[in-house]
Write a new protein. Sequence first.
Length: 353
Amino acid sequence: MTTVALIETPTAEAGFADGPALREALRGADYIADPDLATVVHLSTVLGRPLLLEGPAGVGKTELAKALAQVAGRRLIRLQCHEGLDDSRALYEWDYARQLLHVQMLRDRIGTELAAFDTLDQASAHLAAKDFGLYSETFLAARPLLAAILSEEPVVLLVDEVDRTEESMEALLLEVLAENQVTVPEIGTFAARTRPWVVLTSNDTRELSAALKRRCLHYHLGYPAADRERDIVAARAPEVEPAAVAEVVELAGRLRDLPLRKSPSISEVIDAARIAAVLAGSGTAPADRPELLYAALLKYSTDVDLVRTRDAGAPSGPMEATGRPDRTTVASNPANTTTAVFRGHGGRGRGGN
């Protein structure tokens, strides 16, 4: 018989007074958030609603969850999503080794009890009526989602890059997102012992389901404006001179206007600023060795070739024809995954149907 795990309803927990207070706290953790983002994060914590952050890779979505956990004094529990992720890695699995050891310890006692029965049917009926405790919380190996629900201390649950999983995986998240609980069929339902603050991130590689989005507050986090990016780089790389920071941020902005395969992320701009500082310390002007900055900012040879061609003043094909670069995103040009390779090559997908 399935039992229900009765857990006390979590009490109200202290948070931040308002968006500006949270923004100031995040700044103390070297995370520079704009006012709207700080306000939405604050509303998420007050309302107890998960926050879905969407936007290109490298704009600070994951870092926001880390900074939020730091300033709130909460433990961070992270579920890193990937293709093939299933419930045994996201929710829980049974500790079969401990269950087997438990059975072995009970073996002699079971044998003694069964010796009292004259027939196999009687012994079988006796065993069927027994609860040996194999399916209990003792033998649960909690994975990130269940661990956040079972935690006695408040946590921040980060579901990172949720768009990298299959849509079926999203269904496993819905109970946690909507009701702060996890149902284990063999035991029952575990309600959150303390309400987690949930942050989901997506790099826009695919459209997320309406069911998941409906349960979340939403914010699209794009590349920062130049002044905010200068503040971010200065906070993360205080050893770099402001002039060098401004120069690198300006370069990154120009590169993001090009039709690159991958635009520079904020963390890569920080690396480039540190490279500029090292070069300046050795007497080399970054402008004289731009390829060294490209080592941090550009990660594909085709992107490097495009930038060098434009630096040399040569025509660049599509740029000349349109006057503006076509911003190709990963969502519009997905990676060559197994799903993409086989999409449309079987069943109704053939013959143009």
